[in-house]
Design a binder for this molecule. Structure first.
Ligand SMILES: Nc1ncnc2c1ncn2[C@@H]1O[C@H](COP(=O)(O)OP(=O)(O)OP(=O)(O)O)[C@@H](O)[C@H]1O
Ligand SMILES: [Mg+2]
Length: 338
């Protein structure tokens, strides 16, 4: 191994530093007045290495999709930096950004809404080639049909329309489109949440197969902590726009430290309830605060069973408790939940 390859293997594919996305708000009075912005993402930092999958979890509205879209520069970041293969891409635009899109793609949750109903499958999957002005060897049609075969679709169905496919097949079309240009990073935003459980496993297996073939990295956004445990190497737990905890997968599931992670894990269904096992569910008090008015100090403190005065006064900074295991909490506690 040369020094170059050693250095390369240490540069993460993606590095987010204090990534922040606020959505400006306005009060509709007689004249339009600025209101407090929605702090959808508020200082998120993590790294993703080549070939790795990071799971991004947290309840609805905590900012997962916004992180995913902002890291791909589909949304303009308010602050912070995005580095891709060591290069700062936070402010790039125009043709530079268009070229970068070959490397970074997205699979959306809704396989119905994300495909144009008036386009054939062939032209949907060929769109990335078209946008980038790329003609693959053997022509676009052949490349698309190879992709269709790769994702488990019949290449003869090239001229069919989205409504002629089932939900699982449509998600395969979404995957084919995302991987058409052999990207290095794919953000999968709840890619299986809308599918039947039996179909979910097939799509997850497909994503894993493609990762093994192409060595790409995933940011896998999901509500379902069992699916995330299956697919992820590392897991990032978000709450109200901030990272609460981050760790290698088994470490997070076996030794969770943040009270919010404890609550999330306590809600995971027990695989075999027939065995008579019971897991006490940690119920959080109160409602999710508005991201327009997040609590002072630790944003989780208004719902935290362990909160004390210090939590209102002081923002907890992420602390690395063991290598790679970071927790942003003044009173972390080791607990076995699963
Ligand atoms: N375009 C937008 N304009 C204004 N507010 C937005 C916009 N997109 C998201 N938000 C707000 O930002 C916050 C984070 O939303 P986001 O969709 O990122 O959460 P999420 O974790 O993906 O939720 P879910 O699990 O429901 O998909 C929410 O309060 C949401 O209402
Ligand atoms: Mg979302």
């Amino acid at each position: 191994m040369t020094t170059d390859t050693i250095r390369d293997s240490r540069t993460p594919l993606l590095r987010l530093t204090n990534l922040t996305k606020y959505f400006p708000q306005f009060r509709q009075t007689l004249v339009k007045r600025p209101d407090k912005p929605i702090r959808a993402v508020d200082g998120v930092s993590f790294e993703l290495h080549a070939g790795e999958t990071i799971g991004l979890v947290g309840e609805s509205g905590c900012g997962k999709s916004t992180v995913g879209r902002t890291m791909l520069r589909l949304l303009e970041p308010t602050a912070g930096t995005i580095e891709f293969e060591g290069r700062d891409i936070t402010g790039i635009g125009g043709s530079e950004l268009r070229i970068l899109r070959r490397e970074m793609q997205m699979v959306f949750q809704d396989p119905f809404g994300s495909l144009n109903p008036r386009q054939t499958i062939g032209s949907i999957i060929a769109a990335p080639f078209e946008i980038q002005g790329i003609t693959p060897e053997g022509g676009r049609r052949k490349a698309v049909q190879q992709l269709m075969e790769r994702v488990g679709l019949n290449p003869e169905h090239y001229n069919r329309y989205p409504h002629e496919f089932s939900g699982g097949q449509r998600q395969r079309i979404g995957v084919a489109r995302a991987v058409a240009l052999k990207p290095k990073l794919v953000v999968c935003d709840e890619p299986v949440s809308a599918l039947d459980v039996s179909i979910q496993a097939q799509v997850i297996n497909l994503l894993e197969d493609i990762q093994n073939d192409q060595g790409l990295s995933y940011v896998f956004i999901a509500h379902d902590l069992s699916v995330v445990r299956h697919i992820s190497d590392r897991v990032v737990v978000m709450y109200l726009g901030k990272v609460m905890e981050e760790a290698e997968r088994d470490e997070l599931y076996e030794r969770p430290l943040h009270p919010y992670t404890h609550a999330l894990l306590s809600a995971v269904p027990i695989p075999d309830p027939e065995k008579g096992e019971r897991r006490p569910r940690i119920l959080l008090k109160g409602d999710l605060p508005s991201p327009q008015n997040p609590p002072s100090g630790c944003v989780f403190r208004t719902r935290c069973p362990r909160a004390e005065q210090r939590c209102a006064d002081e923002v907890p900074l992420p602390l690395e408790v063991t290598p790679g295991h970071r927790v942003a909490c003044h009173f972390p506690e080791e607990r076995t939940i699963l």
